[in-house]
Design a protein around this ligand. Structure first.
Ligand SMILES: Cc1cc2nc3c(=O)[nH]c(=O)nc-3n(C[C@H](O)[C@H](O)[C@H](O)COP(=O)(O)OP(=O)(O)OC[C@H]3O[C@@H](n4cnc5c(N)ncnc54)[C@H](O)[C@@H]3O)c2cc1C
Length: 395
């Protein structure tokens, strides 16, 4: 592996405990890591973590934060944090702990940075995620639900009394959460990468001949020998065809921006689906959602769905309705969550390039509806995998 000097920057961004990232002294020379493709979210989290750990990083991305495309999911996200309800999976809990710590410290200790990044904490009781459940499963019954509430350790949680529930709702919960203005966050992260010495190149990489073809194209565009570098595959839905990965599928999410800022983040889950209201603090508008349509690739914001989102959200944010009981609609949009059966794929693979050449690729995709929530832990894990590859190369 080619040796490159560490970036040498003083980089304090996500405030992940450095010891868990850096298994070697920063004084040592590090091999470089290329991130190929980045939507400047997951890849950016990885890129930032790698830069902080002293690696040299180049991000190659078809889209930059200001772009809008069906094949670029991140700008469309509501981008809030909600806990994992899977109490059996300690790893999933750790993902939640990481993001709450990261965004919490940013808001508390570096408020100017949080403002610049579009990260907001809702420290007042906030209703988010599946707080209102019209027909909750058995485990949400009052006598049982405490077992699900492991996230009391990272946030304040209140179970709503029956008298506080709106008509038709059997279970309700409020807890403090975070909300990220996704387009602002993406731009902020992009500028952080560059300020830490990373390079961002906007380019489409050849993906018709699989991973090896894509790696060759990236190496050729960067005028380097592929085998000297570690590549990170963070292509979102693009990984489905590229890898290929038949566990991947899109989960369509339709949203509507309306004028005014709703009082709370609110969500309601019923047999008919999910409705949510996410105010963009300081922006003067609110995001309404939403749909979760597995396997639907349709990028057009259809009228019927818009109507049902507006109808369902009217109950959650009546303060935004005008004298005719209507929202003032700004825009309608669709994003495709990069879902994956079995969850995120975060692992290393050795890719045969031909002529006995092998290249290390780290896969980091399949984050579904949780790419923001999972970005910090994903970045940490990418660093750990690059560290392992680097150690192997040194041995
Ligand atoms: C409506 C909606 C609401 C959401 N709400 C939340 C939420 O509240 N909280 C949360 O955590 N998450 C949320 N998400 C999910 C989150 O947005 C995604 O998990 C995340 O954006 C996925 O990021 P990604 O990097 O995997 O994919 P993307 O953002 O799609 O990035 C993949 C990038 O790879 C590029 N690419 C593909 N192929 C190539 C190639 N050959 N060469 C170069 N570039 C290529 C694409 O152009 C794209 O830019 C929501 C999503 C939607 C749609």
């Amino acid at each position: 592996m080619t040796r490159n000097s560490k970036s040498g920057k003083n980089n304090k961004y996500f405030d992940i405990p450095r010891t868990s990232l850096q298994k070697q002294s920063l004084g040592e020379a590090y091999g470089p890591a290329f991130i190929f493709e980045a939507d400047l979210l997951l890849q950016a989290a990885s890129a930032l973590s790698l830069l902080e750990a002293g690696y040299t990083v180049t991000v190659i991305s078809e889209h930059l934060p200001h772009d809008r495309s069906l094949s670029y999911t991140s700008p469309w996200a509501g981008a809030i944090w909600g806990p994992s309800w899977d109490t059996s999976d300690e790893e999933l809990r750790q993902w939640d702990r990481d993001i709450v710590k990261c965004w919490g410290e940013m808001v508390d200790d570096r408020p100017d940075e949080a403002k610049l990044a579009g990260v907001h904490a809702s420290r007042n009781p906030v209703w988010k995620g599946p707080q209102y459940r019209e027909n909750p499963p058995k485990e949400f019954e009052r006598d049982n639900v405490e077992e699900l509430l492991w996230f009391r350790e990272i946030t304040t949680v209140t179970i709503l009394s029956t008298s506080d529930l709106p008509p038709g709702v059997k279970f309700g919960l409020k807890f403090s959460s975070f909300c990220v203005n996704s387009p602002i966050y993406l731009s902020y992260i992009s500028s952080r990468i560059e300020s830490l010495g990373g390079t961002i190149i906007q380019s489409v990489l050849e993906s018709d001949s699989g991973l090896s073809g894509l790696v060759k194209d990236a190496a050729s565009k960067l005028k380097v020998e592929a085998q000297d570098y570690v590549f990170v595959n963070a292509l979102g839905m693009g990984a489905m065809k590229l890898v290929p990965d038949d566990k991947m599928f899109p989960t369509r999410g339709k949203t509507v921006y309306v004028e005014g800022e709703a009082k709370n983040i609110t969500a309601r889950l019923g047999d008919w689906g999910l409705a949510y209201v996410i105010p963009r603090r300081g922006s003067g508008y609110t995001l309404l959602g939403g749909s979760q349509e597995a396997g639907n690739w349709n990028g057009e914001p259809d009228t019927n769905l818009t109507a049902s989102i507006l109808k369902n959200c009217a109950k959650l944010a009546p303060e935004l309705l005008d004298e005719n009981n209507c929202f003032k609609v700004i825009s309608r949009q669709v994003g495709l969550r990069p879902s994956r059966t079995g969850g995120v794929r975060l692992e290393a693979e050795i890719v045969e390039m031909g002529d006995l050449v092998e290249v290390d690729v780290i896969h980091c995709y399949g984050h579904g509806g949780g790419g923001y929530e999972k970005s910090i832990t994903s970045g940490k894990k990418v660093v750990q995998l690059v560290d392992c590859i680097n150690n192997r190369a040194k041995a």
